[in-house]
Design a protein around this ligand. Structure first.
Ligand code: 2RA
Length: 337
């Protein structure tokens, strides 16, 4: 059968990437409805050689839809996605609105696809840093059970959408002209800089972004005691996130066994040849579907029960849009859509 699909947030960076990925893959589509705010209504998007006009979303927009992708912020998701669920659609939401709700599956298909079967009309897409880190960590978790992680993220400006990407471009152009850097999206200049803050800080000293990997990782891995010390940093990279990850395991695990497991993992490419200076880099991970893992080595803390690695992945693709479409594909395969 073919599906009537809607994308809420079709004019945003993630929404446009979902369109692109639906065009590339063969999920059977009976119709595609593109929804956005009044500001973006009227924009035209070419999809499979057909021009589709973006419509302003309202409470009735989801009638007749089988599948709705949410690609909007938390506030807009909470305002409109309940209408989509009430209309009988399966909603796959990329926002943080519902990720930690007990009744809402939070899914990376390569890791916990069976959780899809528990959905009650809504499935949440994890945060981009969670997806990228767990695509590298999960194959090792299956081998030796992760107790805790220490993670530093190096996050691209695409995480802040079109506006974030435009800000970096404008600042780099201004710098070349010797002009003041225009600042609207990030708290400080991002060109030629690193900003160690993504989201608001709470009394613990961690930012909202830094809490996500522990909270979402516990749910996805079904490991309620998983501990993650995370530092999230924004840097002047366009669209691929990178993460330095140290993992502490219950059981012993060798570098060789870890590399073999990564090589076998769907959606992961091991790039790890130190003699030839082969390792993942965001410039080359951009626009790709896979998560690239390298620099796998025993950590200095513990030569047998701890590993350190480096990984890169496209924030808009596997970090958001591709994972959401893969959830839909898995739901069809599992008879849950
Ligand atoms: C970011 N993960 O990178 C957040 C939201 N996409 O800004």
């Amino acid at each position: 059968r073919a599906y009537h699909i809607a994308i809420l947030g079709a004019s945003g960076a993630v929404g446009k990437e979902i369109c692109q990925i639906l065009e590339e893959r063969d999920l059977p589509i009976a119709s595609l409805k593109l929804l956005a705010s009044k500001r973006s209504a009227g924009e035209k998007i070419l999809f499979r050689d057909e021009v589709i006009v973006i419509e302003e979303v309202n409470a009735h927009s989801f009638q007749g839809m089988d599948l709705v992708f949410g690609a909007v912020d938390e506030k807009t998701a909470k305002r409109f996605l309940p209408y989509a669920i009430s209309a009988g659609a399966l909603v796959i939401d990329n926002s943080s609105a519902y990720r930690l709700k007990p009744q809402v599956p939070l899914v990376i298909p390569q890791i916990n696809r069976e959780d899809i079967k528990k959905h009650q009309g809504l499935i949440a897409n994890p945060n981009c840093t969670t997806i990228i880190a767990l695509m590298a960590a999960a194959p090792l978790h299956r081998l030796a059970k992760i107790k805790s992680m220490v993670v530093s993220t190096y996050q691209a400006v695409s995480g802040a959408g079109h506006a974030g990407m435009e800000e970096l471009k404008k600042q780099m152009q201004a710098e070349l002209r010797g002009e003041a850097l225009p600042i609207q999206v990030f708290p400080y200049p991002i060109a030629y800089n690193l900003i160690p803050q993504i989201g608001d800080f709470d009394e613990s000293g961690y930012s909202s972004e830094e809490w996500k990997l522990q909270r979402e990782g516990r749910k996805i891995l079904h490991e309620p005691n998983l501990c993650v010390t995370c530092t999230c940093v924004r840097l002047p990279i366009m669209r691929a996130h990178s993460e330095a990850i140290t993992l502490f395991f219950e059981d012993a695990i060798s570098v060789e066994a870890a590399k073999a497991a990564l090589k076998e993992s769907e959606g992961v490419i091991l790039l790890d040849e130190k003699e030839q200076a082969v390792y993942p880099m965001p410039l080359f991970a951009s626009g790709k579907d896979d998560i690239y893992v390298g620099r796998v080595r025993a950590s200095m803390h513990d030569q047998t029960h701890s590993l350190t690695l480096w990984c890169c992945g496209d924030q808009l693709r596997k970090g958001a849009a591709l994972n959401a479409v893969q959830i839909a594909e898995a739901a069809i395969e599992l008879g849950a859509l």
